[in-house]
Design a protein. Structure first.
Length: 405
């Protein structure tokens, strides 16, 4: 049945009417009752029917009313009303396929049936009874075909909705599975790998402390091992924090880390989603964010998503917000400010969510500090994420011992 839907696609109405009109002209010229005998009244009724069908191809109800009026005139004035009959029947077909309410379809079918039955007035009873089969073809056939097309389209739409629902369900299950996997990975990183790395760094520090008179070359190796281990431990803590972030299972940004080159596009997508929610967002994003490391880039993206979501939730859809992200001397300066339009009079946004808490925890993991509070009539959230430079070497006499992971 797919070909039926394509043949009677709503976008091809004009082409169908044009082909129908050309067929009608061919009938008048070459038909059994065509030629010179078809000129005059028959042409006078056919030409308006052709033109009105083209002009009203987007208004099937209006077209049916006009074609029915021309059919009434043809029943009275000419012997061969085939052109006007086909025009009215086709108008009913278009109405049946495109009407938004079933009531309109049945009223249109009743109107055309009534017009067809007027041609039986004054005929002998036997002839009139035989003529009752005419509306079965001129009304029943287009009505039946139109209903088939409508049903086919509806079944196709329902199939698409079911497929889309199934796709969303699979995506949700996949996100949940990835979230569980991230949680398991985070636990393993924390309970096994991070503890072992911390133990190695601790032992290197102890060795440097209890063996002060080492060969300089050995001391350099100890320094390098200690610095590398400390940096690895810091990266592990950051990765564990990202893996455990519940925001990682929401939306379309469900990855634990983002490719740095994709960060500008991801920020643009977050801004677009806020704009779709009705918030007017001005974005000033430094292109240098594309050079950030994956962990800080992920943090910038999550902070932006949460802050813009809070603007839409608490400041209202009429709010104006401004996002600024810049990179200065390796540090990331990030801020989101809104004008508070539509917000409650209280200075602090209402609601019992954990958005600000989660943002603050994420920033603190990276060594920054989140500032959130009212500014004028609106609200501002900002932070500075320090540069991800190598960890400094601790003094040799006082070997540092890292915090447990």
């Amino acid at each position: 049945m797919r070909w039926v839907g394509r043949l009677f696609d709503a976008r091809d109405t004009f082409a169908r009417i044009l082909l129908l009109d050309l067929s009608g002209i061919g009938y008048l010229v070459f038909g059994a009752h065509g030629g010179p005998a078809a000129t005059g009244t028959q042409w006078a009724l056919a030409v308006p029917a052709f033109l009105l069908a083209l002009l009203c191809h987007r208004r099937p109800l209006v077209n049916l009313l006009l074609q029915s009026a021309l059919l009434v005139a043809a029943l009275v004035l000419v012997d061969d009303e085939t052109i006007n009959q086909v025009g009215a029947s086709w108008a009913l077909l278009e109405l049946t396929m495109r009407a938004t309410r079933p009531r309109t379809i049945w009223l249109g079918a009743g109107l055309l049936a009534a017009v067809d039955l007027t041609g039986l007035i004054g005929l002998p009873v036997r002839t009139a009874l035989t003529g009752l089969f005419g509306p079965v073809v001129t009304v029943g056939l287009p009505l039946l075909l139109g209903l088939v097309v409508r049903t086919t389209r509806e079944l196709g739409r329902q199939a698409q909705e079911r497929a889309e629902s199934e796709r969303r369900r699979r995506e949700s299950e996949n996100r949940a599975a990835r979230a569980d996997e991230r949680g398991a990975i985070a636990r393993e990183l924390h309970d096994v790998l991070a503890h072992h790395v911390a133990s190695m760094v601790l032992r290197v520090g102890v060795a440097r402390h209890v063996l002060p008179d080492l060969d300089p070359r050995v001391g350099e190796v100890f320094d390098d091992v200690h610095a590398t281990g400390t940096a690895a431990l810091t990266d592990l803590r950051r990765l564990v924090a990202v893996l455990r972030d519940p925001d990682g299972v929401r939306g379309d940004a469900a990855l634990t880390a983002i490719d740095p080159s994709a960060l500008p596009a991801a920020l643009g997508a977050a801004v677009d989603r806020a704009r779709q929610a009705g918030v007017v967002v001005e974005a000033d994003v430094d292109p240098a964010v594309g050079t950030l490391d994956a962990v800080r880039g992920q943090a910038v993206l999550r902070l932006t998503q949460e802050a813009l979501t809070n603007v839409a939730k608490h400041a209202g859809a009429a709010a104006r917000a401004r996002l600024t992200v810049s990179v200065e001397d390796g540090a990331v300066h990030w801020a989101v400010t809104d004008d508070g339009r539509g917000a409650a009079p209280a200075g602090v946004p209402t609601g019992g969510g954990h958005g600000i808490v989660g943002m603050r925890e994420r920033v603190e993991v990276l060594g920054g500090r989140l500032e959130a509070g009212p500014t004028g009539s609106g609200w501002r959230v900002r932070t500075v994420l320090p540069g991800a430079g190598p960890a400094p070497h601790p003094p040799r006499p006082r070997a540092g011992t890292p915090e447990p992971a």
